[in-house]
Design a binder for this molecule. Structure first.
Ligand SMILES: [Ca+2]
Length: 381
């Protein structure tokens, strides 16, 4: 029964096993007027096609379910048109999955797990790594995640939208689809975006994600950001997007946006945002007091503002001394240190220098980008 799927796992339409034979043929080769099976059963199945003298070999005679003889169509069009639905259309997979391989992505590790991870946790000495290949069956072990071996036991690393021992539960979350357009001089710079989920009444930050955007490289890119949140009945949630232009020396705040999330009773929310960086905002008198900071307007909501606190202060009105410490050149915002290029970490004290080994010719300058992504650096001319 499973002979063809086992023999041809990637050829998803090669699912018809010929009578009394181990030969598997493609679904589109059934009833096409050409005898493909040793006992010709692929054509004897459909006597009407055999008698359809008006159809050339290699075409399908459409079955209209009556004595009326349907049109002849090329094989590629069978099952795609409502008037050419044959008996075998039900056997086609409804969704075609593109084969995926870790080998095609250099930012994933090899599909082998090194035992040194285990040994490092149990003793202080580092030993030679021993590769343990994963079985083919392991690909199904974690529903929406990747299986890893830990202490000889299979465990699951889940994608952001799922959790559980086998990644079998959906997380309650907000998914943001973000498209960035950049105008003017900023299209030459490197931008960092902080995207934070807030409790609307207090503007307390629950969770933030960060992206590094190079307008020249990422012009057509649409970002997908997952903000996972704990369920709470206290108030509504909203999202603040903050854009910074950054160099290896400093960070400058460019613009802020604020988005209300309307339907928080839903377990999964989605927000599609298109923002224009470099667009000037309409200036309105500030309606909030910023004790130790500057009042900044939101670019998309004219009547709402934000207090950008001076160093060492925090809170909605910059009224509380900050308990967070960031490195000198970084900027503290929403309880998070925003790092200049070339540094990362909670307080921006860790160094990241992928440009060390790069030699730039013709006046180019190398800039480090994001240590978390496969694009480690960018060369600007
Ligand atoms: Ca055939």
């Amino acid at each position: 029964m499973n002979h063809c799927p086992v023999e041809y796992p990637l050829e998803i339409t090669r699912r018809f096993r010929c009578w009394n034979s181990s030969k598997c043929i493609r679904l589109e080769d059934i009833c096409d007027g050409i005898e493909d099976c040793p006992l010709y059963d692929d054509e004897y199945l459909c006597p009407r096609r055999k008698n359809a003298t008006n159809c050339a070999a290699g075409t399908i005679a459409c079955d209209l379910g009556s004595a009326f003889e349907g049109p002849c169509l090329p094989k590629s069009e069978v099952c795609t048109k409502y008037n050419c639905y044959t008996t075998f259309c039900d056997m086609y997979p409804r969704r075609i999955y593109k084969p995926f391989s870790f080998l095609s992505f250099d930012h994933y590790g090899p599909l082998t797990i090194y035992e040194s991870v285990k040994k490092l946790t149990s003793s202080s000495s580092v030993q030679e790594p021993v590769a343990i290949p994963l079985n083919a069956n392991d690909s199904d072990y974690c529903n929406r995640g990747t299986v890893v071996m830990s202490n000889g036991i299979r465990q699951c690393l889940c994608s952001p939208s799922f959790y559980g021992t086998f990644c079998e539960y959906q997380s309650e979350r907000l998914t943001i689809h973000l498209k960035i357009e950049t105008l003017g001089i900023l299209s030459q710079s490197i931008l960092r975006f902080l995207i934070c989920l807030l409790i609307e009444n207090t503007n307390n930050v629950i969770y933030c994600e960060e992206i590094v955007h190079v307008p020249y490289m990422h012009k057509s890119l649409k970002y997908v950001v997952y903000l996972v949140y704990p369920r709470s009945t206290v108030g509504n949630y909203s999202v603040r997007v903050t854009a910074f232009s950054c160099t290896t020396k400093d960070i400058k705040l460019v613009s802020l946006w604020y988005f209300h999330i309307r339907f928080w009773f839903l377990p999964v929310n989605r927000l599609s945002i298109k923002i224009n960086v470099g667009k000037s905002s309409t200036s309105v008198p500030c309606s909030i007091d910023c004790l130790h900071g500057v009042c900044m307007p939101y670019l998309n909501l004219v009547n709402e503002q934000y207090c950008l606190c001076d160093d060492g202060w925090s809170g909605q009105h910059c009224h509380m001394p900050s308990i967070f410490k960031c490195s000198n050149r970084s900027k503290l915002i929403d309880s998070k240190c925003i790092c200049p290029l070339g540094t990362y970490g909670v307080d921006c004290n860790a160094l990241f220098d992928p440009c060390r080994a790069i030699v730039c010719h013709h006046g180019g300058t190398c800039f480090p980008l994001d240590p978390r992504t496969s694009e480690k650096f960018y060369i600007l001319f």
